[in-house]
Design a protein around this ligand. Structure first.
Ligand SMILES: [Zn+2]
Ligand SMILES: [Zn+2]
Length: 154
């Protein structure tokens, strides 16, 4: 079968490839996803488990019952700690790959958000925040600002 997606962790120890249909991506704002990503939310892309193959490395697994009442097993690189994918006995035919591990980020097509009742205020990036093309103090990024919006409307 044709490989349509590849990905790997930060250190490269764990890598995978996938042949199959790229499913929808979802944002998850639950507390467990916040903790295991260390960020405001997780973005998971649904893959058919049948088309997914670990090419190198052996991800470590951690299983925990979520607030949903269902157990989720999260797989991550034992060397660098990057989260790689999640599986659930509720949907054994799927896995949910961490969007940021994909070599081609354009494959990620978010369709919905889950657990928004638990979203932190900083999960939305205010467009008025100072923005730099690279690190702090580098070239400012061109972003629409509140002032620009007023000008456009006015
Ligand atoms: Zn790694
Ligand atoms: Zn979650």
């Amino acid at each position: 079968m044709t490989i349509i997606a590849k990905g790997h962790c930060l250190c490269g120890h764990v890598s995978y490839e996938y042949s199959g249909r790229i499913g929808p991506a979802n944002y998850c704002h639950c507390e467990d996803c916040r903790r295991c990503t260390g960020s405001a939310f997780n973005i998971g892309v649904r893959f058919d488990v049948a088309g997914f193959r670990i090419v190198s490395g052996s991800p470590k697994a951690f299983t925990k019952r979520g607030d949903s009442g269902f157990e989720l097993t999260r797989y991550f690189c034992p060397e660098c700690g990057s989260p790689i994918y999640t599986s659930s006995p509720r949907h054994p035919e799927y896995i949910y790959v961490k969007a940021g591990t994909l070599d081609n980020p354009n494959l990620v097509k978010p369709t919905h958000q889950n657990w928004v009742a638990f979203a932190v205020p900083w999960s939305k990036i205010e467009e008025t925040l100072p923005a730099f093309t690279k690190g702090t103090g580098s070239v400012p990024a061109q972003q629409p600002t509140a002032v620009d919006d007023e000008k456009r409307q006015g």
